[in-house]
Ligand binder design. Structure first.
Ligand SMILES: *[C@@H]1O[C@H](CO)[C@@H](O)[C@H](O)[C@H]1NC(C)=O
Ligand SMILES: *[C@@H]1O[C@H](CO)[C@@H](O)[C@H](O)[C@H]1NC(C)=O
Ligand SMILES: *[C@@H]1O[C@H](CO)[C@@H](O)[C@H](O)[C@H]1NC(C)=O
Ligand SMILES: *[C@@H]1O[C@H](CO)[C@@H](O)[C@H](O)[C@H]1NC(C)=O
Ligand SMILES: *[C@@H]1O[C@H](CO)[C@@H](O)[C@H](O)[C@H]1NC(C)=O
Ligand SMILES: *[C@@H]1O[C@H](CO)[C@@H](O)[C@H](O)[C@H]1NC(C)=O
Length: 440
């Protein structure tokens, strides 16, 4: 009798197991169906980035299966859809049971993911430089990125070709725009301003649906994740709407305090090459100004401001921003110089103390220093990032040659402190590999 019972129990157990197996297969095949053809993700081939892609998408679930043809299913990537208990999974795989996960995945996907919006305006010969900037953003970032690229029409084709070639990464998305002005009085704007120079002022009016945006010049290089500067948005107090770095640390060589013929923010003005904006707040705010006694909204203030100051401004839109925040200083969040590190910070000796301590976070090679020999330290970092490609596993191997290259620049003031150029970069590279343990 007891033996008979044992056989029954065994049979029931076997039946239960095979039922579970059938369910798991069903779950997998359902997902493949939903995954839009779900071929093996190419990301698995692009060795060193595969991990980042996976990480970002996992944090996200992003826009559902349609947004990620090929799927980013970690279980499939690693062929782990067995009945592995957690403790039997390799240590570098997050311990989640595939069956369990499949059952809950659809509800998880509904959650919207915060995307980081990055805008750039590219005109003239700026294609290569812009692509290098975008590459540096993609390499280190964790959350998905949405690029808004404003470019002259003749550049659109090249941008599209180059960016579509990276689409296998699945960690970013992009939109190309022509250089545009708000439709009301567009003609008048075009007459007054060099179109490319002023485009960024209109971003809050053009990208009406977007809450927050990081605007950068084309000559920016991210040496740490965009996520880190993006997180400063959350540090804004209730009156702050935008964030920038000071134009100078050292007033004796400052430009605004010595030459400007218009008001400017703070002691030395601000630099608009890296500008974080809460555009929701910018669109809502009524700005104090020196043209009328009433406060004006962003869309109404630009034209009178330009008319009043057009003969006195030298650096175009950056000057207008300085005037605006001179009158509304409570609205600006000022971040330290290591988030917008320019040749001015080392050209006559180091004056950005935060960078000396923690390294450079965002490099800004203004005045063309990536392309001439005036500041070889800046150029070396640019070339190292320009040369590295998503296809080869060479992000780590970029560091050693870069350091050698930087050691050749010690005859310049910036080269003397070359260590601050790689301090954060080396850490970002380490962190990136730590996030994708597969490539260890
Ligand atoms: C990418 O952007 C396009 C529009 O520019 C949008 O339709 C699409 O859903 C986006 N994809 C993802 C993954 O966000
Ligand atoms: C895209 O990548 C392939 C292979 O890496 C390359 O041959 C091709 O020229 C690239 N296309 C563009 C537009 O860069
Ligand atoms: C422009 O500069 C001139 C000369 O410095 C000055 O007199 C004038 O007040 C300035 N205009 C404005 C609107 O500030
Ligand atoms: C921007 O400001 C609006 C209004 O205060 C707020 O709801 C939103 O969360 C802010 N965005 C970010 C990214 O902090
Ligand atoms: C927000 O910070 C700015 C700059 O530090 C300051 O001027 C402003 O008064 C602050 N606003 C509030 C509401 O505390
Ligand atoms: C980048 O590539 C160019 C040519 O492809 C080469 O001359 C240069 O030495 C490389 N620079 C670095 C830093 O690897």
């Amino acid at each position: 009798m007891r033996r008979y019972l044992r056989v029954v129990v065994l049979c029931v157990a076997c039946g239960f197991c095979s039922l579970l197996y059938a369910f798991s297969q069903l779950a997998v095949s359902l997902e493949e169906g939903a995954g839009g053809g779900g071929g093996k993700p190419q990301a698995a081939v692009a060795s060193w980035l595969a991990g980042g892609g996976r990480g970002a998408v996992r944090g996200a679930g992003v826009a559902g299966p349609a947004a990620h043809p090929g799927g980013s299913d970690r279980c499939k990537d690693f062929s782990l859809c067995y009945w592995n208990p957690y403790w039997m999974l390799p240590s570098d795989v997050c311990g989640m049971n595939c069956f369990w996960e499949a059952a809950f995945r659809y509800s998880l996907k509904i959650q919207p993911v915060e995307k980081m919006h990055l805008a750039v305006v590219a005109c003239g010969e700026r294609l290569e430089e812009t692509m290098t900037m975008l590459k540096s953003a993609i390499i280190f970032s964790i959350k998905p990125l949405q690029f808004h690229i404003f470019a002259e029409d003749q550049l659109h084709h090249s941008f599209k070709g180059r960016l579509d070639n990276w689409s296998f990464l699945q960690t970013f998305n992009y939109t190309l725009y022509p250089i545009t002005f708000p439709s009301e009085n567009a003609a008048e704007w075009k007459k007054l301003f060099k179109p490319c120079a002023s485009q960024r002022l209109f971003l809050p009016l053009i990208l009406k649906e977007i809450d927050s945006l990081l605007y950068v010049d084309t000559d920016i290089l991210f040496l740490r994740p965009v996520d880190d500067i993006w997180s400063l948005l959350k540090k804004f107090n209730s009156t702050q709407i935008a964030a920038m770095a000071p134009e100078h640390e050292e007033p004796r060589i400052g430009w605004y305090n010595r030459f400007a013929r218009h008001p400017y923010y703070g002691k030395t003005g601000v630099n608009s090459g890296v500008m974080l904006m809460n555009m929701t707040r910018m669109r809502r705010k009524y700005f104090k100004n020196d043209m009328t006694t009433v406060r004006l909204q962003w869309g109404d203030i630009l034209m009178p401001l330009l008319k009043k100051y057009k003969l006195n401004i030298t650096w175009g839109d950056q000057d207008l921003l300085n005037i605006m925040f001179f009158h509304n200083p409570e609205s600006l969040f000022v971040f330290p110089c290591q988030w917008n590190y320019r040749p001015d910070h080392c050209i006559y000796g180091s004056n950005c103390q935060e960078a000396e301590e923690e390294g450079i976070f965002i490099l800004h090679g203004n005045r063309g220093v990536y392309h001439d020999d005036k500041q070889p330290a800046f150029r070396a970092v640019y070339e190292a990032l320009r040369n590295c490609s998503f296809e080869d596993d060479n992000i780590r191997s970029l560091l050693k040659p870069l350091e050698l290259e930087l050691q050749k620049t010690v005859h310049t003031y910036c080269g003397k402190i070359y260590k601050i150029f790689i301090k954060q970069l080396a850490k970002s590279v380490r962190d990136r590999y730590a996030r994708s343990p597969k490539e260890k």
